[in-house]
Design a protein around this ligand. Structure first.
Ligand code: NAI
Length: 351
């Protein structure tokens, strides 16, 4: 079988550190894993022309959200042999799931592999905004010492109201990590938790448009689907409390790009910290690079060294089962048997 893997270029950092399994140079440990098994492995960093060249005879395609090869319906149509598309990570929105289902291609991701990594990052970004960390740190680099300037925007998180949008694996782990800060935790999800789950997590449910104006900080943890594309549009951004903070480690397209810049410039939002962009990599002139009061990172939250090991192991497990004709781990499946089967995506693709 021909297995095509598209990963980010790791350069020197990856050749000198074999633990960077998510980089093309180390290719999720697949060269060693596939050795002697009779398959052909192609590792790419080019997610456009070179990927297109390989599509006609590719059987298995492995992609990653951090360096997303956009598996559009046009690309799927060019790949008649394609049977399995795996995401090394969590979030398969870069794949046209409806087209994959129509072509009976199985899509799976490594569910759970980086949920703690992202929850830790989200809490860090909430604190970075609330404590005005980045401007204070910049002062240090610039040889300055202006306490008044730095603290005029610095707050305690204690006593604030924090909203979690998308209360799945990452949302729940974020709630658990935020609770010791003595915050008031609200959440929205299209599937409400049970009373017991809400009690244990210490969270209260609100519909989205009711939750938004109540929060001092909101952190987004739902997948990108046709339902959540642009969920935080101009109206919702401008419905947020004046000076509040928004954190988005889920997907860039959940937040309207230009409306966000406007909300920050007008001071409606006090700050935005995200880890995710559209497209990725973000071009040098992406407006989120230069908007005021941001604490952005370049989609790194879910790819710590520990997470890379977990998703590399998960990809190898999927391939081993696929070669042996066994079903993949049930929790990993996004599209199977011609249907979108993941509970987080199926609502948006129920047609
Ligand atoms: P999950 O499937 O456990 O939870 C997602 C939650 O979102 C579910 O509770 C689901 O009911 C809810 N949801 C789905 N559609 C919704 C809608 N229209 N409105 C409200 N809630 C909705 O997924 P998990 O593991 O918590 O990951 C969430 C997302 O985080 C992923 O889909 C991915 O986009 C992103 N992610 C980002 C990473 C990064 O490195 N920045 C790494 C891992 C995930």
């Amino acid at each position: 079988m021909k297995i095509v893997v598209v990963l980010y270029p790791g350069g020197k950092a990856a050749t000198s550190n074999p633990k960077l399994l998510g980089a093309a140079e180390n290719a999720l440990g697949l060269p060693a894993f596939l050795k002697g098994k009779g398959h052909k492995l192609v590792v790419l960093t080019d997610k456009e022309a070179k990927l297109d060249k390989h599509l006609p005879d590719t059987d298995v395609l492995v992609t990653t959200p951090f360096w997303p090869a956009y598996v559009t319906k046009e690309r799927i149509a060019q790949a008649p042999n394609l049977k399995l598309v795996l995401t090394a990570g969590v979030g398969s929105d870069h794949i046209d799931l409806a087209a994959a289902a129509a072509h009976n291609i199985t899509v799976a991701e490594i569910t759970g592999c980086n949920v703690v990594s992202v929850a830790e990052h989200a809490v860090m970004q909430i604190l970075a905004l609330c404590r005005n960390f980045i401007p204070s740190y910049k002062q240090v680099l610039e040889g300055r010492w202006d306490i008044a300037e730095a603290v005029s925007r610095a707050h305690d998180l204690e006593g604030k109201t924090v909203g979690i949008v998308g209360m799945g694996r990452i949302g729940q782990r974020s709630a658990i990590r935020l609770r010791p800060f003595d915050v008031n935790l609200l959440y929205y999800d299209f599937r409400r938790l049970t009373t017991v789950e809400e009690e244990v997590l210490g969270v209260r449910y609100h519909l989205l448009d009711d939750l938004i104006p109540r929060c001092d900080a909101i952190t987004i943890h739902c997948p990108l689907t046709p339902e959540t594309d642009g969920l935080f549009n101009r109206d919702r951004l401008f419905a947020m409390k004046r000076g509040s903070w928004l954190v988005n480690t889920a997907r860039g397209r959940i937040v309207d790009t230009l409306a966000l810049v406007e909300a920050l410039k007008k001071g409606r939002l006090g700050g935005y910290a995200g880890d995710v962009w559209y497209p990725q990599p973000a071009p040098p002139d992406h407006p989120w690079r230069t908007m005021p009061n941001h604490a952005m990172t370049p989609h790194v939250s879910g790819t710590t060294l520990e997470a890379q090991k977990r998703y590399a192991d998960g990809i190898q497990d999927c391939l081993a089962r696929f070669f042996a004709g066994k079903p993949l781990e049930r929790d990993y499946l996004i599209v199977d048997g011609g249907k979108v089967v993941s509970p987080s995506y199926s609502y948006a693709f129920k047609g």
